[in-house]
Design a protein around this ligand. Structure first.
Ligand code: FMN
Length: 330
């Protein structure tokens, strides 16, 4: 069994999120208490073509372990070749296969959630990867099915388990749902009760209380947090505290939130990213807006955040905001 599930540990994963969960954001979530992390998905073929940007995407630090690298594709042979390369170069703690992405560009390649229409092919890919790497566990992430009339989570769960996958994450929505509507936790609970490998539940988890409730009501072996962490990475600290002490700690003060946002931005800027979009902070504006959402007076600073180019601009917004609001929040 994967070590992070042993002795009834109940790991909380940070969900893989393309263009969000880069190495710096992951570190930030790790410091707040995320137990297990997975890189955003990368195309297996492109890894074997040595695309440097993709190798940067799957980079991680020792501190971030246990760390998985997620790949997607359609061809079992090239996916197996990518898995071997990853094992040789990075020795990740696991390699996760994406069978859940609903994006058109991925569906067109007959990868991601497209394969939920072909459970036998999911089995073939899983078997090829399990065979290709001897020291790296293979895990799988799926959605419940293509649409409400084609729910395949249990069938796919049994297939990947029998082909040697060591854990299964289920995002409780169908491909057709995209990211809207409620996640279907009764399907996740059903699969978790039928499989021997650990099942990690995912979808709409918004609070420490949600985690406790789902832990009590299902046989999930761990849970995965996605979009809430984008704006509120402190959720990991709240969950860990609740699991250990039975109550939610005080939320971070306004000062702490700003200190973390600025430190996070500094770390991003210090990274030698190859991507040109990292030359100023324009690309981070949506992240600033997400990270300040819910703060007292956050609506009033949205306009200024939308103009941030350099770290000094961000510090100025923080300074003014703290002047106006810090006393209300402490
Ligand atoms: C911006 C964004 C990017 C995502 N990228 C990936 C990805 O690379 N791989 C993957 O398996 N899921 C990806 N997902 C799906 C999430 O991992 C997760 O399954 C989904 O957001 C549901 O969890 P939530 O309701 O807690 O957000 C992405 C989601 C978002 C919002």
């Amino acid at each position: 069994m994967l070590s992070w599930f042993q002795n009834d540990k109940f790991p909380i994963y940070l969900a893989p999120m393309a263009r969000v969960t880069d190495i710096v954001f992951r570190q930030f979530c790790k410091e707040q208490g995320a137990d297990v992390m997975v890189t955003e998905f990368v195309q297996a073929d492109a890894l074997t073509r040595e695309d440097p940007k993709l190798w940067e995407t799957v980079d991680f630090t020792e501190e971030q372990r246990p760390m998985g690298v997620q790949i997607f594709g359609s061809n079992p042979v090239s996916m197996a070749a990518a898995a071997r390369l990853l094992e040789d170069r990075l020795q990740p703690d696991f390699i996760d296969i994406n069978f859940g992405c609903p994006a058109d560009r991925v569906i067109c390649m007959d990868a991601g959630s497209s394969l939920l229409r072909k459970p036998a092919k999911i089995g073939k890919i899983t078997a090829a990867l399990v065979k290709a790497v001897s020291n790296t566990p293979i895990t799988v992430k799926i959605r419940t099915g293509w649409d409400d009339n084609n729910i395949v989570a249990t069938e796919v769960g049994h297939i990947v388990e029998s082909e040697g996958a060591q854990a299964l994450t289920i995002h409780g929505r169908t491909k057709m749902q995209g990211y809207s509507g409620e996640a279907n936790w009764s399907i996740i609970a059903d699969v978790a009760s039928k499989l021997t490998i650990p099942v990690i539940g995912n979808g709409n988890i918004c609070s420490a209380q949600d985690v406790i409730r789902i832990r009590e009501q299902t046989k999930c072996a761990g849970l995965m947090i996605g979009r809430v962490a984008l704006g509120y990475p402190w959720i990991f600290r709240e969950i860990k505290h609740y699991l250990e002490h039975g109550h939610v700690p005080s939320p971070p003060s306004l000062e702490e939130r700003w200190k973390t946002i600025i430190e996070y931005t500094r770390r991003i800027m210090a990274r030698p990213f190859r991507d040109e979009r990292h030359s100023d902070l324009r690309w981070m504006r949506p992240k600033f807006i997400a990270l300040t959402k819910g703060m007292e007076g956050s609506r009033k600073i949205r306009g200024s955040l939308g103009k941030v180019n350099q770290i000094e601009d961000l510090e100025l917004v923080a300074e003014k905001h703290l002047e106006n609001y810090s006393t209300f929040c402490n």
